[in-house]
Design a protein around this ligand. Structure first.
Ligand SMILES: NC(=O)c1ccc[n+]([C@@H]2O[C@H](COP(=O)([O-])OP(=O)(O)OC[C@H]3O[C@@H](n4cnc5c(N)ncnc54)[C@H](O)[C@@H]3O)[C@@H](O)[C@H]2O)c1
Ligand SMILES: N[C@H](CO)Cc1c[nH]c[nH+]1
Ligand SMILES: [Zn+2]
Length: 427
């Protein structure tokens, strides 16, 4: 991990430093575009071929049904079930509060406006399964989809060497009342859910994180089909802001937790203390040496860095430009700076709040915008699975009150048919 002094960095240096996973030569785009068009043309056949090419699995069918999921789930131990149940309950509790009805508003006497929620009918959930299989992501997507009341939930996840999904994915499917899982991964799964194939239905919106292939595929289908996406939720990243009250052992553990997701993950430490920086770097090396996913971690650390600032406010300025997926405030003084947060996906406050709790079980959603998209996107929530439809009703009194203004507004835009639609009701 390289170290930079914030005061030596120009505005341009910072802009370059915060860029990640930008695919400058369009290499990922080229691969993904070919996968998308092949699936669009060849449907299921392409999914079988890509399972063999990318996942090294020869499939004899593309999905697992309820009986097969039940058989797989029977391998989950009691302790593992209890941990998944705890995560389920906390995520459910937190997300249920997001399902709110709004009040009707009378903007003028007789003019009433309001919004009502309707679930998106057909949703597609992508559950990553390349470098690690993530049943936690299945909970993070399936729970808000169920709370929202989506009618059809299509689930895709890469096939594992067994030619199936793993037992934990199967168990979560049963918790969520989902009785079919399609074994498709990467850009080909996104293509299947965006175009539809013989077996997989086209959906209205695709959700879920993934590697650069998955994320690029989502952004392409969003602009070329009628299927929407949740957000670009690509390779995991964390930015830790630390002062002298932080504990290097904890910071190092948090940096490594996101580094182990994949070679294109990034972990950034921004600290007001050179001492904390030095001790944390030594800790990162010490802890990394005993991690099993050593090659992945080393690659991710190579993309990672430390920034030394003079003040916590400077650190926060850097973080706001970076717009991290996860922001950890590793300081006892976190209350003093939370008000300065402008851009972040999910925030972890104080020295005793590991980011991993949000990944699994505190209740917040872990499907979050990466690569600076936290400047404009929020993480997945129940809101992501609903449309908010606006309604209005005009009474006889209301048309008298609002009519004249609308007639003038239509006239000043030169739209006489618009004016007339009001005038005929005011006679
Ligand atoms: N932002 C978030 O909310 C969030 C949450 C969880 C995980 N993540 C990220 O999701 C990612 C998961 O990535 P993953 O790789 O483990 O699983 P994945 O399921 O996203 O991708 C695996 C698939 O990628 C495809 N693939 C692999 N190499 C390819 C190649 N050379 N060409 C074309 N396709 C290829 C294969 O089809 C494979 O099935 C990680 O980067 C992790 O950090 C992000
Ligand atoms: N950190 C990931 C989001 O970037 C979520 C996750 C799932 N499992 C472990 N971590
Ligand atoms: Zn994680």
């Amino acid at each position: 991990m390289k170290t930079y002094n914030y005061s030596d960095l120009s505005k341009d240096d910072i802009i370059k430093l915060v860029q990640r996973n930008v695919d400058p030569a369009n290499e990922i785009r080229a691969i993904v575009e070919e996968v998308l068009s092949t699936v669009q043309q060849n449907g299921d056949r392409a999914l079988f071929d890509y399972a063999s090419k990318f996942d090294k699995v020869i499939l004899d069918k593309l999905y697992l049904d309820k009986a097969e999921l039940e058989e797989l789930a029977s391998n989950v131990s009691t302790d593992q079930k209890a941990a998944l149940d705890t995560a389920y309950n906390n995520i459910y509790k937190f997300h249920l509060t997001q399902l709110k009805t709004e009040d009707k508003v009378e903007t003028m006497p007789g003019v009433t406006c309001w919004r009502e929620l309707r679930p998106i009918e057909k949703v597609g959930l992508y559950i990553p399964g390349g470098t690690a299989v993530l049943p936690s992501t299945f909970l993070m997507l399936g729970i808000p989809a169920r709370i929202a009341g989506c009618h059809e939930i299509v689930v895709c996840s890469p096939p594992q060497k067994s030619g199936k999904v793993n037992a934990f994915i199967a168990y979560v499917a049963l918790l969520l009342g989902i009785d079919k899982i399609y074994m498709a991964g990467g850009a080909q799964a996104v293509a299947a859910m965006a175009y539809g194939t013989e077996t997989i239905s086209k959906v209205d919106k695709i959700f879920g994180p993934g590697n650069q292939f998955v994320t690029k595929a989502k952004t392409i289908v969003q602009s070329t089909t009628t299927t929407a996406i949740d957000m670009p939720a690509g390779p995991s990243e964390v930015l830790v802001i630390a002062d002298e009250t932080a504990q290097p052992e904890f910071i190092a553990a948090d940096l490594l937790a996101q580094a182990e997701h994949g070679i294109d993950s990034q972990a950034v430490l921004v600290t007001t203390s050179t001492h904390i920086a030095e001790v944390t770097l030594a800790e990162v090396e010490r802890q990394a040496a005993v991690l099993p996913r050593a090659e992945i971690v080393q690659q991710a650390l190579y993309n990672s860095y430390v920034v030394i600032t003079n003040t916590l406010s400077e650190a926060m300025n850097f973080s706001n430009v970076y717009a991290p997926e996860h922001l950890i405030l590793a300081t006892d003084n976190w209350q003093e700076i939370t008000g300065e947060i402008i851009n972040a996906g999910s925030v972890f406050l104080g020295n005793l709040t590991p980011e991993s709790v949000g990944d699994y079980a505190s209740g917040t959603n872990h499907t979050l915008p990466t690569s600076s998209y936290a400047r404009a996107y929020s993480g997945v929530s129940v809101d992501s699975f609903v449309k908010k439809i606006t309604f209005q009703h005009i009474s006889p009194e209301g048309i008298k009150n609002i009519g004249p203004s609308v007639e003038i507004l239509a006239e000043l835009e030169g739209l006489h048919a618009h004016k007339n639609a009001v005038s005929v009701r005011m006679k």
